[in-house]
Design a binder for this molecule. Structure first.
Ligand code: OGA
Ligand code: MN
Length: 295
């Protein structure tokens, strides 16, 4: 059966059929998925009961896997999963929900803020692939905002104002919004801010998008409060309901998104329940400041 993709109405995401992620994919199947990513920005695959190894192998069709080091306060010896996997669950190594006051849990609550994965890295992520191994019935939706549509909807004056702006992104900024401010010297060094363009141009489609995230805490050359007020305003604009798709998880869904064109967040859920979500991340290929601008 050939891979096919249909748009999920009324939002922008696509739903993929005719593919089994446990096995090797044909070149045609990979090409169909890749062009679906270019077009929709978010793809949903249902009923994919995969292992970590199969998830890693599938992700490698789209580029190198990003090293997960440096993106959390979880120490290497505390990790539940292979370093090629990002553990986005609420679980410790014993597979039980983390205690309410566990520092790792409190840090991970940052995923409830709108963000783009790894925008705090010098070379930010291209795709993320999130597999729902154990999902919750109530809450815990993942929401996606289409940053191309958000860009398109800006007035011309604002488009001109944002065109060449460069932001500073850091996990210190996003966690600071939640009052998570106690960091070791080592963590501060690891979370040193990096620079990202505010407007990105998609290398295949040429479409522009706003590159925003709760990690963005400054604009180069701007007074801090003015930058924060402006970024907050842009995020509010970009996450209006008409730009948002909410994914309600079924067990063994795999959702794949393009971090260059979308933001996402997880919604609240009862954290005494197990929510086992595992992410692989496909690395980007260059700092955003080096992107080729559309004519
Ligand atoms: C992620 C993420 C949200 C979720 O995997 O990058 O933000 O639904 N996850 O767990
Ligand atoms: Mn994320």
């Amino acid at each position: 059966m050939a891979v096919s993709i249909r748009q999920i109405q009324p939002a922008f995401a696509g739903e993929v059929a005719g593919v089994d992620l446990r096995g090797e994919l044909t070149r045609e199947a990979v090409a169909t998925i890749e062009s679906g990513m270019d077009r929709y920005g978010v793809l949903v695959f249902h009923d994919q009961s995969i292992t970590d190894e199969q998830q890693i192998a599938f992700s490698r069709n789209f580029g190198e896997i990003e090293n997960s080091a440096g993106g959390t306060v979880t120490k290497p010896h505390e990790k539940r999963l292979d370093p090629l996997m990002n553990d986005v669950s609420n679980l410790g190594q014993d597979h039980r929900p983390l205690a309410r006051d566990d520092r790792r849990r409190l840090f991970n609550l940052g995923n409830q803020l709108w963000h783009s994965d790894s925008s705090f890295r010098a070379i930010p992520a291209k795709y993320s692939l999130l597999s729902g191994r154990i999902v919750v019935d109530k809450g815990g939706n993942t929401e996606f905002a289409d940053m191309r549509a958000a860009y398109d909807a800006l007035d011309e004056e604002t488009k001109r104002a944002v065109e060449d702006l460069v932001c500073e992104h850091s996990l210190m900024y996003s966690r600071g919004l939640l009052g998570f401010t106690e960091l070791s010297a080592e963590e501060r060094a690891m979370f040193r801010p990096v620079r990202q363009r505010l407007v990105r141009t998609h290398p295949v489609t040429g479409r522009k998008s706003l590159y925003l995230a709760s990690h963005a805490g400054g604009i180069v050359g701007w007074p801090m409060p003015e930058a924060r007020a402006f970024l907050r305003d842009l995020i509010e604009h970009a996450t209006q309901p008409q730009f948002v798709h909410a994914h309600k998880w079924r067990q063994y869904d795999l959702v794949m998104w393009d971090n260059r064109q979308t933001m996402h967040r997880v919604r609240r859920f009862d954290e005494s329940l197990v929510r086992d979500m595992r992410r692989t991340t496909v690395a980007g290929d260059a700092p955003t400041a080096e992107q080729v601008q559309a004519a």
